[in-house]
Design a protein around this ligand. Structure first.
Ligand code: HEC
Length: 366
């Protein structure tokens, strides 16, 4: 290509523009250290160009009264739509892309969502972003309540937003969403753990609004609010990890979280996926809303106890008298294991009936 004198000018003016923008509106160079964004981090980065703060509080009146400067209001209900007649499932990705673009968000924008302190609406949006494969996002830890308590800046002004195009990826991140088929498979084959995070009365069917009340067969109950302290902050990572492991929900397993309509379970999804870092967590947004309406699918009402984890029990209870190598060396069928485990119990191994069965099942399937 032939260079002329004048061809240098556009280069120069381009550079000038870049410099000007860099000085006027600093661009966010690094995301926050965690998916739970501190009020301090947000305060420091509020004016960065490629950051969008989204307010998903339940009441538009709250937003009118005051909100974080630059925050755009988003009515989360627009993310949920009937699908084949089943109410309130996640909207199609094309619709999500339009909504995000209208809020000035493209695939690379860093998004910080806030709601009331530890509400599940913020986590639902995060889960929807995960589904789109959007990687840069966080939730404001402590929500608007904490921001206010700390007397950080608020405004009544609306942000000036130019709509942009949001480009969907060629492949959606399907792993984070459980379909009806996947839940059926888990229930039939036991290929993972199904956690029902609704309040216990909905789980047992004592209360409920559906055609059939109760829970999906085999689901273990763990109320989402139990992950929080009384003041609404998250419990410590250690405490959360222990509580979930006690339920048998360990990181090696596929865990499907479910509730009435995918909202409360989004809260548990966020915790397991982004706070504890579990790799295989799926939110079932069809929820009991979808399952209970299909007559041939099994619904239970009794309080399901978490089935004990055989592998964990062996590791904990079978090595007080001899090494685990003795256990792993032995090759037996189910009846053989039944007999050995019973003998070990007579010798002093501590296992209740459910645990005994879990150990025998684990050893004979191994
Ligand atoms: C209170 C002590 C104690 C505990 C706890 C214990 N064992 Fe044993 N185990 C023994 C003794 C003693 C022997 C050797 C004598 C025997 O085989 O009965 C033994 C032997 C074995 C053997 C080799 C003999 C065989 O039948 O193949 C296996 C396998 C075994 N234990 C598995 C287990 C498993 C599985 C557990 C956990 C559920 C367990 N043990 C917990 C005391 C214990």
């Amino acid at each position: 290509m032939k260079h002329t004198k004048s061809s240098i000018w556009p280069c120069f003016s381009g550079l000038f523009l870049v410099l000007a923008v860099a000085f006027v509106i600093p661009v966010l160079s690094e995301g926050p250290p965690s998916k739970l964004v501190s009020t301090e981090w947000l305060n420091e980065n509020l004016s960065k160009e490629n950051l969008r703060v989204i307010d998903v509080r339940g009441e538009i009146k709250d937003y009118w009264q005051d909100h974080i400067p630059g925050a755009v209001y988003f009515n989360l209900e627009t993310m949920r739509l009937a699908d084949h007649g089943v109410p309130v499932k996640l909207t199609p990705p094309e619709a999500s892309a339009i909504m995000l673009g209208k809020m000035g968000v493209n695939e690379k924008t860093m998004i910080v969502v806030y709601a009331e302190q530890n509400d599940y609406k913020a986590t639902y949006l995060i889960w929807a972003l995960d589904f789109l494969g959007h990687s840069s996002f966080g939730i404001l830890d402590g929500g608007f309540d904490k921001w206010q308590k700390e007397k950080r800046p608020v405004t009544q002004d609306y942000p000036m937003i130019n709509p942009v195009g949001y480009a969907l990826p060629s492949k959606l991140n399907e792993e984070v969403r459980a379909t009806l088929e996947e839940v059926k498979e888990l229930v039939n084959v036991g290929s993972g753990i199904l956690l029902d995070v609704r309040p216990v009365q909905l789980y047992t069917g004592e209360k409920g609004f559906w055609k059939r009340n109760g829970h999906i067969k085999g689901a273990i109950n763990h109320f989402w609010g139990e992950d929080l302290e009384d003041d609404g902050t998250w419990k410590s990572k250690d405490e959360l990890k222990q509580a979930y492991e006690k339920l048998g929900a360990t990181p090696d397993k596929t865990i499907i979280v479910s509730c009435g309509q995918g909202l409360m379970s989004a809260h548990s999804y966020f915790m397991l996926k982004h706070i504890l870092g579990y790799p295989k967590v799926k939110n079932y947004d069809g929820g009991f809303n979808e399952w209970s309406n299909i007559d041939e699918l099994p619904v239970e009402t009794e309080t399901g106890k978490p089935s004990p984890d055989g592998e964990k029990l062996v590791n904990e209870r079978c090595n007080s008298c001899h090494g685990l190598d003795r256990v792993h060396k032995a090759r037996k069928d189910k009846a053989g294991w039944e007999e050995t485990v019973n003998r070990m119990i007579r010798k002093g191994a501590r296992l209740n009936e459910a645990e005994r069965q879990a150990v025998v099942n684990y050893l004979s399937g191994h």
